[in-house]
Design a protein around this ligand. Structure first.
Ligand code: UT7
Length: 323
């Protein structure tokens, strides 16, 4: 029996429409200079009217399946990490399964906000190393543009839309080496979006205490990364690349410093896409691969944080192909 779970395919989808900081200057009392200096974000993508979490997920998934050389009907499971699905039910994953023609696959959504992709990837790896499934699609897809108050400068400048996907397969070589998942529900109020099943009437806008989330993020990136590296039996010096959730360049720089990792080992693309929540890590992973930042047997850390307040980190040994 194959002992390891390995990423064998990857894909991303970004909507065509680019929303620049200059355009935001016309919507709210903000400036390109403020946004760049406080966040590092220059532009983000916005889904078209006919695009949803599931349609974007399908684009990213098709690319990932193609890279893995896997037919959709071979998938055992589809997990979609999202907190902006088009329907309360059925799950976004159910729509993705149908569009792909993944007729043998089970399908469910997983909501751990911006940590969702790593939660979903860890879940997929558990199914595989337990021997239950061989071929799993994990997608992060978000349309935060639909839960933002476009009159609130505190939040609307930070987020963007997009999707990223990976295929995870059973393999004889590593693979996933360790994961750390965590949550502090006592701080659920730090960043949240109400919905139609709660006690409040809409509109349902994302609400956030930016400073609180900032402090939490720097601490938890550092802690979760160190814990995951230790759990993998490695030292920080063994790590070749850190791919963090892309929320804010300042958060990532402070965290890299606190961890003691040189900035060259931290992948950052928040400047072009803003914070795409559960989609940000798989999109960043795709771009890291496209840019040749990952070589055979490199050790990679994925680390995420966000609503919950939740956090998640995972250590992987990189290797192209199934074996
Ligand atoms: O996936 C997790 C999701 N969330 C996050 O990662 C967010 C984490 N937090 C952050 O990234 C930062 O806290 C922010 C970027 C949200 C804010 O940066 P900050 O350096 O913590 O600024 P601040 O909240 O201390 O606000 C500084 C000032 C405030 O004005 P006053 O009260 O000092 O007069 C804000 O009203 O900046 C003002 N401000 C803005 N000014 C221009 C807030 N948003 C804007 C804006 N344009 N868009």
């Amino acid at each position: 029996m194959a002992r390891y779970a390995r990423i064998t395919g990857w894909g991303k989808y970004l909507p065509q429409k680019v929303l620049t900081n200059q355009e935001l200057e016309r919507l709210v009392d903000t400036s390109d200079a403020w946004i760049i200096s406080r966040t590092g974000i220059k532009e983000r993508r916005i889904a078209a009217n006919d695009e949803t979490a599931s349609t974007m997920a399908v684009h990213a998934a098709r690319e990932a399946l193609k890279a893995a050389g896997l037919e959709p009907h071979c998938l055992d499971l589809v997990i979609t990490a999202t907190c902006t699905p088009e329907l309360i039910f059925p799950a976004c994953a159910s729509l993705v399964q149908n569009s792909l023609g993944a007729r043998k696959a089970a399908a469910f959504d997983l909501n751990a906000a911006c940590s969702g992709f790593i939660y979903a990837l860890a879940t997929a790896c558990q199914f595989i190393t337990a021997g239950s499934y061989k071929n799993i699609l994990v997608v992060g897809s978000e349309v935060y543009s639909r839960i933002l108050n476009w009159k609130n400068r505190n939040t609307c400048v930070l987020f963007g839309d997009g999707a990223g996907a990976v295929v995870v397969q059973a393999s004889d070589s590593p693979g996933s080496l360790s994961f750390v998942l965590g949550n502090d529900g006592s701080r659920a109020g730090s960043i949240y979006t109400p919905g139609p099943c709660g006690l409040n009437q809409g509109p349902y806008y994302l609400t956030m205490n930016g400073r609180e989330v900032f402090r939490f993020a720097v601490n938890v990136i550092c802690l979760a990364t160190k814990q995951a590296v230790k759990a993998a039996g490695l030292e920080l010096s063994d790590i070749d690349l850190l791919i963090p959730h892309q929320a804010n360049t300042r958060i990532l720089k402070s965290a890299a410093k606190a961890i003691g990792l040189p900035l060259e080992k931290v992948f950052i693309n928040v400047d072009r896409y803003g914070n795409t929540s559960a989609a940000s890590i798989p999109i960043a992973l795709c771009e890291a691969i496209e840019e040749g930042r990952l070589k055979e047997r490199d050790r990679l850390v994925l680390v995420g944080f966000g609503g919950g307040l939740s956090w998640a980190a995972m250590v992987l040994q990189w290797g192209q192909g199934k074996r």
